[in-house]
Design a protein around this ligand. Structure first.
Ligand code: GAR
Length: 217
């Protein structure tokens, strides 16, 4: 079985990246993490990836000043050099232009810490608490030019507890992120996800909840 060559793009601690690396250690996992790219030279995730024996590189956006196109061309060059087939954004905190997105049609995933389409953008946990929602969670979706949009591959929900702080809620969501990202990447790498409009359908799903994690408590 030839495994799909994946690059994970990070900007920080890389705990989702670590979850993907861990999942890809399984012999039956259909993707391999071939490269980790950071736009931040001292991102903590780079050391984690190196320790796991994964190739890493930095494309520092600051080196390109305001020239976003040049930054993205450099990023794209690195991905092509490493023969990457699929890109996973994992806490990659740069907005990507339509040009870059167009290089990876249905070949680039993002994880967002909310149940999209609710709470796009930043500070999702604070805003979920302010809104008083009882269910919160995380979403893995294909990347399209519009931020935090695009066909949803998998979602994981968590309960919001009455006493929750932002940190407590963030930790609960992060735990479900670490489950849905490996699940979503598996489904995509197996070629089981087809996109029709804004909807993803999953072939040979054993049950309707194949791409859904719901809280038990
Ligand atoms: C994760 O919670 C991810 O969902 C979020 O950043 C965190 C990165 O953590 N992403 C975004 O907010 C994207 N807009 P990690 O580096 O430990 O994976």
């Amino acid at each position: 079985m030839s495994r799909t060559r994946v690059a994970v793009l990070i900007s920080g601690r890389g705990s989702n990246m670590a979850a993907l690396i861990e999942a890809a250690k399984r012999a039956d996992y259909p993707a391999e993490i071939a490269l980790v790219v950071s736009n931040v030279p001292d991102a903590g995730g780079l050391a984690t990836a190196s320790a796991a024996g994964i190739a890493t590189t930095t494309v520092d956006h600051r080196a390109f000043g305001k020239d976003r196109a040049a930054f993205e061309r450099a990023l794209q060059d690195v991905l092509v050099q490493h023969r990457i087939e699929l890109v996973c954004l994992a806490g990659f905190m740069r907005l990507l232009t339509p040009w870059f997105v167009a290089q990876w049609p249905q070949r680039m995933l993002n994880i967002h810490p909310a149940l999209l389409p609710s709470f796009k953008g930043l500070d999702t946990h604070r805003r979920a608490l302010e809104a008083g929602v009882k269910l919160h969670g995380a979403t893995v979706h294909f990347v399209v030019p519009e931020m935090d949009s695009g066909p949803i591959v998998a979602q994981g929900a968590v309960p919001v507890h009455d006493q929750d702080t932002e940190a407590a809620l963030a930790a609960r969501v992060l735990a479900v992120e670490h489950r849905i990202y490996p699940l979503a990447l598996r489904l995509v790498a197996e070629g089981r996800v087809s996109v029709a409009g804004n909807r993803c359908r999953i072939a040979k799903a054993a049950a309707p909840h194949t791409a859904l994690i719901v809280p038990l408590d």
